[in-house]
Design a protein around this ligand. Sequence first.
Ligand SMILES: [Ca+2]
Ligand SMILES: [Ca+2]
Ligand SMILES: [Ca+2]
Ligand SMILES: [Ca+2]
Ligand SMILES: [Zn+2]
Length: 308
Amino acid sequence: MRHILLFRPFFVVFFYLAIVMPFFSSLNIQSGVFIVEAQINKQEITLTNPISLLFENKYHNLSEVYMELENFNNSAPQLIDYGNIGSSYYNKSIPLITLTNEQIPSYSKGKTYIVAHHHAREHCTIEHVLRLIRDLVNGFGTDPQISELFNKYIIYIIVTLNPDSLDIVIYDNEWIRKTAKPIDDDGDGLIDEDGPDDLNEDDRITEYAVRRYDEDFWTYFTEGIDNDGDGKVNEDWIGGVDLNRNYPFHWNDSNADSGATSDKSSFTYPGENPASEKETQALMDFASKHNFTHALSLHSGTNTSVFD
Ligand SMILES: [Ca+2]
Ligand SMILES: [Ca+2]
Ligand SMILES: [Ca+2]
Ligand SMILES: [Ca+2]
Ligand SMILES: [Zn+2]
């Protein structure tokens, strides 16, 4: 990096003398690289400062997530782009926020992406990136390190890769992990017919563990009844596929840490085929379009950073 910075002025001068000046003089246009730099300095970036969350003290549902991103984008359009990388099984937008100082050309900027919320119940990662966007934007122009991030890098943030699942996990079943795509987990011809039930009406699905006196392991159950009378309880929840097991890399590989299973009711069911899910394909297409130097995939459950 230090090399590049050292030599860049020479390169710019060379570039200007050898290519830009002849090009523009041939067009008889009084412009060039240095004029562009001057324009950057003249323009002011105006922010509704500081930007803040519309829904500060609650977990966001999906429409609230979209409202936050719209509001961010309107508050700092010169630092934020709001788009999507595609759509989910139920055609919900998979939202993409792009952070950079848009007044500085992007051709030399390093690119990083952060993806949140593969797993439904790990939606605190959405809360994390919403606050990350807010704090980065608010730090621009006051915090030198954050300003440098905006000037030299482009940070892409996929706010939820699994938008279909968010309202289900907030309003219905806080334990779901996979996508909301309807799948017949137990092969009885009915789809998603027997998920957990809030029997004591406390607005939660209680999970409990049972251990027999002669066993040394615990078995976990979720609150519910046999909704379809097949003798099994909670055997076919809403959804779905484990998006984080659906990538082609070591897909359904019993030798990989992620393991293998064809059990559709498993929390780690990897789907029918590698990259079978729209959401997986959207992220792969997005990643292949850019030359990313870093990528972060956010999950929750343990306080761990895993580097590859
Ligand atoms: Ca079924
Ligand atoms: Ca199901
Ligand atoms: Ca049942
Ligand atoms: Ca059943
Ligand atoms: Zn996860």
